[in-house]
Design a protein around this ligand. Sequence first.
Ligand code: NAD
Length: 492
Amino acid sequence: MIMELPDSVLRYLGTPRPMLIGGEWVGAESNGWEATVNPADGKVIGEYAIAGKASVDQAVVAARQAFENRDWSKITPAQRAKLLWRVAELIEANAKELAVLETLDGGKLFADTLNGEIPAAAESFRYYAGWCTKMDGRTTQPSVSEKEFHTYIQREPIGVVGHIVPWNGPLVMAAWKLAPALAAGCTCVLKPSEQTPLSTLLMGELFERAGFPPGVVNIVTGDGSTGANLVEHPEVDKISFTGSSATARKLLLAASGNLKKVSLELGGKSPVLVFADADIDRAISGAAEAIFANAGQVCVAGSRLLVERSVFEQVVDGVSRIANSLKLGPGFDSESQMGPLISERHRNYVHALVTSGVREGAEALSGGEQCSGVGYFYKPTVLVNVNQEMSVVREEIFGPVVTAMAFDDPEEGIALANDTPYGLAGSIWTRDLIKAHRMTASIRAGLLWVNCHGIPDMSVPYGGYKQSGWGRENGWDGMAQYTELKSVMTLL
Ligand code: NAD
């Protein structure tokens, strides 16, 4: 059954969506407006403003003024907590509209956005509401001879933060950045992806309704050049970026002007290691979910299936059977089990990697081709006969494509799992807990799951080793990266 769009959303999309700068909703400067498209049918759904250098500058100036303004800098931690809690309530009260926009813009299944992404965004604000009042300092006792000091170390907000997020989880990614930064007392300029700006702009209205002072949260829309203007800006103290490793390299150069702090949440090529002693049925459905959820457009997607040789065929056949059975369709159809890829361009990229693998000898047990008809759908794909040299095994695909390889012993499994420039995530499937913990100790990745995959939680730090990032989101560590440490020594 296909859901009707609510009138409130149709009205919202009826006019081009302006940006939130200094508490005002402002339109596009000379750079104009840009259309955003529904990836399930390729049709235009709305328009957003393209922020040029001047708009980005206005937003940063507004955030700087708000940071220095008494209304924000002297607000008590408990008052900040109340504001964040109120945002969570407003997200829940507007869950349907936010979920519809998220599905329209990004193609996700509506049930997943309504029951997963939107509550997760609200939870981020609630979780960090709790941290506002717990940003403690400490004292220490220096050992300078014959001198006595009163010494304390306190945390302060880092200042004006530029947040840049991707399209695959627009609202949650924005919430994971805004909530800890605001809890720490920072002010923010957020740039959503040019492919999915709509739900974030609606969330901007909720900050106003919650009672945040003008300029504390600013939202500018646009593509990579808007992001680059934000990264280069000398009045931005920190950039928190989630996106591809390729963009991160450019961003680091652009951020070097004022040596602003940078944290990075980047791509992955996460292994799913299945041992013969695992609950094989559970491992098969877990491995399929790890790669086909959100059509594989997930940073921690389990895109490399590594299976102990004695159960290789059983596991790979099981995952292929699931791949062949998935019903692809628009996110608003309650029967759809997998939505489209974000764009035609991205689908071409996914297909190019798959065809290069097949040209080099890989065999597609399922999928391996685009779907015909409207929308940017791609068939869930399982590739065997692959090797570590193939680009389909090495590159992040960000689509519903898993490569499967066999290993003979745990050491070989570890070697294959670690043979990647990425180190974001992975999972181990076994009933032997000692083996599981030996594996988790040896795999170089920031997030490991045992007998499950891809489950985030606000209390669990999220981020990667190696080329998967710098720093962590969520938990106290996610908030600490929006603070500076100040040490004060008073000679007594
Ligand atoms: P992307 O790097 O193309 O774009 C991300 C954001 O950066 C967008 O808002 C874009 O407009 C902006 N941008 C592009 N060029 C820029 C520049 N030169 N300067 C500043 N900003 C610029 O990534 P994407 O295609 O939107 O998202 C997919 C990527 O995100 C994947 O690699 C995925 O693994 C990664 N990701 C990582 C995590 C994580 O937590 N580690 C989570 C989600 C997505």
